[in-house]
Design a protein around this ligand. Sequence first.
Ligand code: 5GP
Ligand code: ZN
Length: 112
Amino acid sequence: MECIFCKIANKEIFSEIIAEDEAFVVFKDIKPKAPVHLLFIPKTHLGPVNTLRLKDTELVGRLILKAKEVAQSSGISEDGYRLIFNIGRDAGMEVEHLHLHLLAGKPLKLVN
Ligand code: 5GP
Ligand code: ZN
């Protein structure tokens, strides 16, 4: 399996994992774009948002709720945070394994 995020989920590649459950892994982005920059991934391989199907609805919904949970438990919820899915070239998407970015820790500009 060539997918780097599958390797992170399987612990074949080191990452700074900050939370994990049966379905998801949460780890620090290697090139943080904000003081807090986390990535939320399903352990099973799913493609980016433009490849999702109706059958993926529950997993994707739970992925978003996982981000909410981690934001609350790590104390960033009150100041606020941003959740991002990048899709395709113009969004700068690099990794083809579904991942949700969480950015926080300072007032965020809407980037371009
Ligand atoms: P994308 O641009 O595809 O939405 O986001 C991919 C993100 O994964 C980027 O922010 C990038 O810094 C991060 N990333 C890529 N490879 C690795 C890695 O091996 N380890 C970690 N922790 N983050 C990675
Ligand atoms: Zn994968």
